[in-house]
Design a protein around this ligand. Sequence first.
Ligand code: ATP
Ligand code: MG
Length: 363
Amino acid sequence: MGKIVLTADRPTGKLHLGHLVGSLENRIKLQEDKNYSKIFIMLADGQALTDNSKNPEIIRDNIIQVLIDYLSVGLDPDIVTFCIQSQLPALSELNFYYLNLVTTARLERNPTVKTEIEIKKFGKEGLPVGFYTYPISQAADITAFHADVVPVGDDQRPMIEQTREIVQKFNSIYGEVLTMPDGLYPKNAKSSRLVGIDGGTKMSKTVGNCIYISEDEKSLKKKVMSMYTDKDHININDPGKIENNVVFTYLDVFCEDRHFSEYFKDYKNLDEMKEHYKRGGLGDVACKNFLFNILNEKISKYRVSRKKWESKIGDIYDIVLNGTKVAIETTERTISEVKSAMNIDFFTDKTKIVKNWEQCLSV
Ligand code: ATP
Ligand code: MG
């Protein structure tokens, strides 16, 4: 049997370019790869509520947006099983048992959660327990599907590590039941954690520094034109800096040599363009226009596909309903295996339990 893939997104908003290069493009490759027999993609609405308890409607309303994003970029519903986390009770059950395998000290050391706590400004008194423990519920998600591979961005490394520790611990106590997963990360470090258009933290729905996959041409242009470059590059002839210059970070991720013959004939490749910018004589507006053309070309095909799917909401409902039914079956099977390994499968085999209870009384 081929490998199993599980990955998820929080329906906190439409998907952005960070998702595209950080995870979606890897998922699209996997669906063409015969080594993978099953791909599950989950809308993590339960996890999204851990920091959105006061406005749950945002999460509910974005489920359809994220589903349309998936389908627009080319995830194929005939290959991928799409499902909704809140409809899978086995995940909460697994989480219930895994909570005992992790210490609060270990949770405190999770660098992604630490950063997110700071960004979200919960303060000392306002940190929800569900948010603090979400790496454990993520381990429940991954293991419930017996996932071998989890295609994610760099911010998820600590979650994969935490999951691996839980698997190791569970299996050493109860026997080899859970599958040890591996993260699958983009090769390019800049894609693995695409920075936001503000040049600050990673592009993130909650921070609001995103270019969305569904962005229209006008707002895409506005966002690219507002990007940070080099604050000391005031006049066109001033020498410019490439490091931490958001426009060049995006060019590093999205630009290919062929883009020069199409949109910027002055240069053959990005190195030539960078050299000119560094010595002075190349203006920011020209660089931004070039980037705009590249990004617009990339996402314009998704806009067309999005329009098509927007007129088929009933079909999308059926896709996710059928996928969730498959996911319920899969995850229920896992929780049965887990409870059997833990010897708490009280009501599946009366003879076994009665015998066991008789033995307990005889000692
Ligand atoms: P939120 O702000 O609600 O946490 P998000 O923008 O961080 O949303 P998630 O749903 O948390 O998006 O992440 C889904 C997947 O996309 C994860 O695998 C994550 O690693 C990846 N991802 C998210 N943002 C980026 C980014 N800027 N660069 C690369 N990968 C990313
Ligand atoms: Mg996130």
